[in-house]
Every structure is written in structure tokens, then in C-alpha cells.
Design a protein around this ligand. Structure first.
Ligand SMILES: *Cc1c(COP(=O)(O)O)cnc(C)c1O
Length: 308
């Protein structure tokens, strides 16, 4: 059984249910943590499109936003290793994106940032594996990948990071929102209700430990099917591969449309890859059962037999 956080860790952490999506957090986090835009800095680890968006929003609010590392030069096909991060010990926070939804990469480790708070956009892998929340300053996630319907954003924040900046608009102020239990105005009640049901479901299934077991099994099967064939290619470095979003391309890219059309008639939909990667992307979040992955693999083998 997974152990629940102890009472004392909850007294140090606030969990907020907000609106505006993960995208609003790209602005809210610097707004709340950067109290002196002229002198403070923050480090951003650039691992994909969402990290770029987070960086761009921070840049609008203060000038000294630094890139601690970037894998853009290899089309974000890998996660920089700890040794590749040039972290500034005086930074106000370090921002990372734990799973890169579009490029299909996921951190195989948690960056060590010393006493600098680690801020993590976990929108596309929250609840997919156990996480030691105490090691983070902020974990945030739009609900719509693993938590529930869109419309609610979860922000797990260390209480000492609340109330750093005075006179923020109340609806953008973590402290004000925490003080009212996320009910400073009418909260997105339906989305929060469904999120609660999803959490109960996860608990009944065996918790995040069981989610991780299933996700490892699903991802291993799919990557193995891609790797054992020269007909399918995976653009990501093996150690950085995501368990949630599996991109793959065809050795004969001219067959991509035929693959997608065939998959659709087999009942396998939304497999088109993002235009920045091309090919296909199978998003196999917590809600995707193992049978869904097996159906995709079966279709891939059939398609290869008739087109290989
Ligand atoms: C989907 C996603 C977002 C955007 O979430 P919204 O709630 O639509 O703003 C941000 N970051 C990551 C990693 C995502 O996967």
C-alpha cells in the first residue's frame, strides 16, 4: 500500500483548485514569486513547447529569466541530464516540465536544485507515478490529462511560498486563494467533483503505485513494438521516453495518412502526431486501459504486414 503523506507534511503544503489552466500558472508563478523584477532571476529547463510557453510568459514579467539547459537543438528528443544543467544558486526558483506532452519525453530523474525551490509543470504525468511532493516548491497541473475534466488546475504549493508578493490582484494571489480554501469566488464545482471521483477511482485501483505499474507495462509494450520493427521509428532517446505520450513515425513517411485512416477504421483515433514532430503520437494516460495499447500494437503489426 502506498503511504499517505504525514499530517506534518500537509501542514506545510497547500493544495489549490484554480481556474485558467496550467497556462495561467506560467504567469501566476512568476507574479507570486518574483517580488523584485529588477534583481531576481529564475532558471528554466527547456524541454519542449510547454516549457517555451512558460519561459515566454515569465519573460514578460521580468527580464532575467535564464535557460538552465535546452534540448531544442535535437528537436527536444531528450531530457538534459543533471550534469548539463547550469543552475544559478541565487535563482528564485527552477522551472521544469516533468512530461513533455508534444515531444514524448519525461524526466527519468528529479533535478537536484539545492535550496532553490523546484517548480514543476506536471500537467501530463501527475498521478501516473508516485512523487515525493516534499521535494518540490510548487507542482501544478491542468486537470484534463490525468486528473479529470478541463476547467480546474491543481496547484500544490509549499506554504512558505505563499504571500511573498503584496498587492496582487486577488484572483492571481496564491495567498488570498489559499486563505479562502480556493473559494475566493465560485470555484469550478463540477470539474472539482469529477476530480474527486477520479481520485477515489485511483485509490480503489491501488493508488499511484498501481497506476505506475500499469503505465510502465503499457509503455514498455508499445516501445518494444516500435523498436523491434524497422518499419516504425521512435524519435526520442530511450532514457528520456515518456510513459504517457509515445511518438512514432514511419520509415516510409508517405504512408502516414494511410496509417491514420486505417487506424481510425479500426477504432483507434486521435493518433496524429503534433506538427512539430510529425507521424503519430499515442497518448496513453491513466484512463487508457492496457487493451487499448494492445489493440494499437495489433493494428501496427497488420499495417506493417500489408505495407512493409
Ligand atoms: C496540456 C498542457 C499544458 C496546458 O494546459 P492548459 O490547462 O490547457 O493551460 C501545459 N503544460 C503541459 C505539460 C501540458 O501537457
Amino acid at each position: 500500500m502506498p503511504t499517505l503523506p504525514t499530517k506534518s507534511s500537509w501542514t506545510r503544503i497547500a493544495v489549490l483548485f484554480l481556474q485558467g489552466g496550467a497556462s495561467l500558472q506560467f504567469s501566476m508563478i512568476p507574479m507570486n514569486l518574483i517580488t523584485d523584477p529588477a534583481s531576481q532571476t529564475a532558471d528554466y529547463i527547456m524541454t519542449g513547447s510547454w516549457a517555451e510557453k512558460a519561459y515566454a510568459e515569465a519573460k514578460k514579467l521580468f527580464a532575467d529569466v535564464r535557460m538552465a539547459a535546452s534540448s531544442k537543438g535535437v528537436n527536444y528528443s531528450r531530457i538534459p541530464a543533471q550534469e548539463e544543467l547550469t543552475l544559478n544558486p541565487g535563482a528564485t526558483y527552477v522551472h521544469m516540465t516533468s512530461n513533455n506532452t508534444i515531444f514524448g519525453t519525461e524526466y527519468p530523474y528529479r533535478p537536484e536544485t539545492g535550496s532553490v525551490p523546484l517548480v514543476c509543470d506536471a500537467s501530463s504525468n501527475i498521478l501516473s507515478r508516485p512523487v515525493d511532493v516534499s521535494k518540490y516548491g510548487i507542482i501544478y497541473a491542468g486537470a484534463q490529462k490525468n486528473l479529470g475534466p478541463s476547467g480546474v488546475t491543481v496547484v500544490i504549493i509549499r506554504k512558505d511560498l505563499l504571500g511573498r508578493k503584496a498587492n496582487l490582484p486577488s484572483m492571481l494571489d496564491f495567498q488570498a486563494l489559499a486563505k479562502e480554501g480556493s473559494m475566493l469566488n465560485t470555484p469550478p464545482t463540477y470539474a472539482i467533483y469529477i476530480l474527486g471521483l477520479v481520485l477515489e477511482w485511483v485509490k480503489e485501483q491501488g493508488g499511484v503505485t498501481e497506476m505506475e505499474r500499469r503505465n510502465v507495462s503499457k509503455a514498455n509494450k508499445l516501445y518494444a513494438a516500435i523498436d523491434e520493427s524497422s518499419f516504425y521509428l521512435c524519435p526520442t532517446e530511450p532514457r528520456s521516453r515518456s510513459r504517457m505520450n509515445v511518438p512514432f513515425t514511419l520509415a516510409k513517411p508517405e504512408l502516414t495518412d494511410a496509417f491514420l485512416a486505417g487506424a481510425k477504421s479500426a477504432g483507434l483515433v486521435t493518433l496524429k502526431g503534433h506538427r512539430s514532430v510529425g507521424g503519430m503520437r499515442a497518448s496513453i494516460y491513466n484512463a487508457m486501459p492496457e487493451e487499448g495499447v494492445e489493440a494499437l500494437i495489433a493494428f501496427m503489426k497488420t499495417f506493417e504486414r500489408s505495407n512493409g
